[in-house]
Design a protein around this ligand. Structure first.
Ligand code: KG4
Ligand code: ZN
Length: 349
């Protein structure tokens, strides 16, 4: 069964064709990073305009790469939320129109469910249950996943998401956007013990997170050292001072410690020995190393998708669409026009 997946919830337009929920046939992403970089974050109005410009050409490229047309497609999956409403509406409108005109089943997909389903593109035979740790620019959430359609929400961030904290701290340090990859890279040559930033665990037996205090601690530290930034401009990586590298590494270490503690704790609490790490922050090298180490000590196995499938992409949406269609969760032609997009959308209660 071939599913066309469409993702447009934030600043990546992505279209993919996936077979049986596990095999990528064709996959394209149009990144908007260069359009948002000078603003230090995603500008919703620009994001919507870029989605409009990119989505149809991208879809044509995907069909060309797959050597397929709509006669080969068994259903269309689209992200309906959560995300930027103007961005979501582009993908949803395109998917609704195509599903109606081409008479295809339409599967509305929760963006976080898509991130979780990315794991099956790399580990098609992964067993249930597992703990899913979604760490991205918009989310820091833990779930127990019992089946392809049964999610139990364990906890999430009460303020900033982990990736958002990386992006905001990079802005404070004038390292550009997005912050995660550059902080990850700079931290390799920084001292993670240079500054003892706070680790906020909230209630230790709960699975909620808070990163805004850590961001403020970095801001206050930088402000207290007037010479640190040497003028306001974004430098090249090679020009970044050792003090800034130390701050980046110390900040990253504080985020990673909190994530590792709560992720492993969730596995032990639920007595589940499989942990999947997904979302953009799952690319972080220090997080991967430290969570692997703790997992080994606690007899937990960690799985993560390749970096390209950690960040937003249409393949994860197509994979989720396959499993929803198999479960009978799809809209038929007469129901398609009632579908909407939602900026806030819970998963797993
Ligand atoms: O999953 P994603 O593409 O978007 C959301 O659904 O939010 O994740 C993007 C986020 C950004 O905040 C980016 O800074 C972060 O993932 N990120 C990283 C790394 N690569 C991307 N954070 C830490 N370390 C990385 N290597
Ligand atoms: Zn995402």
């Amino acid at each position: 069964m071939n599913i066309l997946g469409i993702e447009s919830s934030c600043d990546e337009t992505s279209v993919s064709i996936v077979q049986d929920g596990v095999k990528i046939i064709a996959h394209k992403i149009a990144s908007q990073i260069s359009f948002h970089r000078k603003f230090g974050g995603v500008v919703p109005e620009i994001a919507s305009r870029r989605h409009i410009e990119s989505i149809i050409p991208l879809m044509n490229e995907v069909f060309h790469e797959a050597q397929m047309d709509f006669s080969n497609i068994d259903g269309i999956a689209v992200t309906v939320g959560p995300g930027l409403i103007g961005s979501l509406l582009i993908g949803v409108s395109v998917a609704k129109t195509l599903a109606y005109v081409k008479k295809k089943a339409l599967m509305p997909i929760h963006h976080i469910e898509g991130h979780i389903k990315a794991i099956f593109l790399d580990y098609p035979a992964l067993d249930f249950p597992f703990i899913a740790f979604v760490v991205s620019g918009g989310h820091t959430s833990l779930f127990t996943v019992y089946s392809h359609t049964n999610y139990e929400f364990l906890g999430g961030t009460r303020d900033d998401a982990a990736g958002e904290a990386f992006d905001k701290v990079a802005k404070i340090l004038h390292l550009g956007y997005p912050g995660g990859p550059v902080i990850d890279q700079l931290s390799e040559s920084g001292n993670p013990a240079a500054v003892r930033f706070p680790r906020v665990y909230l209630e230790k037996d709960r699975f909620d997170f808070s990163f805004s205090g850590l961001k403020t601690a970095v801001f206050n530290h930088v402000r207290s050292q007037a010479n640190l930034l040497g003028g306001y401009r974004i430098c090249r990586i090679s020009e970044v001072s050792s003090e800034i590298r130390d701050i980046a590494a110390s900040f990253q270490e504080a985020v990673v410690d909190t994530l590792v503690f709560k992720g492993i704790k969730a596995c032990l609490h639920k007595k589940v020995r499989r942990l999947i790490l997904v979302g953009g922050v799952a690319c972080n090298s220090r997080l991967r190393d430290k969570i692997e180490m703790e997992a080994q000590k606690n007899d937990v196995r960690v799985f993560y998708p390749p970096p390209l499938l950690c960040t937003d992409n249409g393949a994860m949406i197509a994979a989720a669409g396959y499993f929803q269609k198999v479960a009978g969760n799809f809209l038929k032609a007469e129901d398609i026009f009632s579908l909407n997009a939602f900026s806030n959308l819970p998963l797993g209660g």
